[in-house]
Design a protein around this ligand. Structure first.
Ligand code: ZN
Length: 270
């Protein structure tokens, strides 16, 4: 058994921050060897950096989430670049979210392009959030060209036919607890379309609680954690009609490729 990597979490989240030592231990016991944790705004950069220093299997990403652009400080670009240069890390969570009709789309586009440029300049993978903004992201990618250090579309919610296009830009496609929903028709179609050398898995801890956890705790609202990755892969394998071990191995190896530059510089940084 090779193991698992959770490519997208938020361990800095105030709902779980005090439980992180136990969460990391449970993940390890479940075979989850690495956990990528994404900051979402400048305010949680320091906490994210501390988590990666404290826990050797935690890989940090620094970025400003499209939901939190009202937190941008005047010098946010320099500040982000400084954290990325100081700590072996990926870029993110960043991206485009056009679900809310009132969102400032031009601001989102500008901020995302800055993240993309930093990822390119510093040769770092990028952890991308996309909701209802597929035309916009493809336009940016076409203009930019394939990402030298790669990246991932987290908790993929787009259509199956976009996947081959996204893969051409050196992007991995990540599946979360959303594959475990009984009505996950669109996600299951996407699972069928993704290449075996591009698929990766995540929890988006503490959110997107998988169905098997919700069903086991009908009386409360549990939180998600990286220890749930193996079970998410198991459900994905059933829904993709393939062998669990084979899918798990691909997910693990792909994640090592995705975070290769971060893992190498983290090893040197020690
Ligand atoms: Zn997230």
């Amino acid at each position: 058994m090779t193991g698992f990597i959770d490519v997208h979490t938020h361990l800095h989240d105030s709902r779980i921050i005090n439980d992180v030592p136990d969460i990391v231990l449970r993940a390890k016991n479940a075979g989850v060897k690495k956990i990528a944790t994404c900051a979402t705004m400048q305010e949680n950069f320091e906490r994210t950096a501390e988590l990666s220093e404290k826990f050797s299997g935690v890989l940090p990403c620094f970025g400003i989430h499209p939901w939190f652009l009202d937190t941008l400080s005047p010098n946010w670009e320099d500040n982000l670049a400084q954290w990325l240069e100081k700590i072996p890390s990926g870029v993110g969570e960043t991206g485009l979210d056009f679900m809310d009709k009132g969102a400032d789309r031009d601001l989102q586009l500008g901020v995302f392009k800055t993240h993309l440029a930093l990822a390119c300049d510093l040769n770092r993978p990028i952890n991308i959030h996309v909701r209802k903004a597929w035309d916009a992201i493809l336009k940016i990618l076409k203009h930019h060209g394939p990402l030298a250090a790669g990246g991932v579309i987290h908790s993929y919610s787009g259509s199956a036919d976009l996947i081959p296009l996204l893969e051409k830009f050196n992007l991995h496609i990540s599946f979360s607890g959303s594959v475990t929903r009984p009505n996950a028709k669109k996600v299951v179609q996407a699972l069928g379309a993704v290449s075996l050398d591009r698929i990766v898995f995540e929890t988006d801890t503490p959110d997107i609680v998988p169905q098997f956890i919700l069903d086991a705790h009908p009386d409360k609202t549990p939180l998600n954690e990286p220890a749930n990755v193996p079970q998410i892969v198991r459900v994905a394998a059933q829904r993709k009609c393939m062998d669990f071990q084979t899918l798990a191995r691909h997910g693990y190896e792909n994640s090592l490729v995705l975070f290769g530059s971060v893992l190498n510089s983290k090893a040197e940084h020690k």
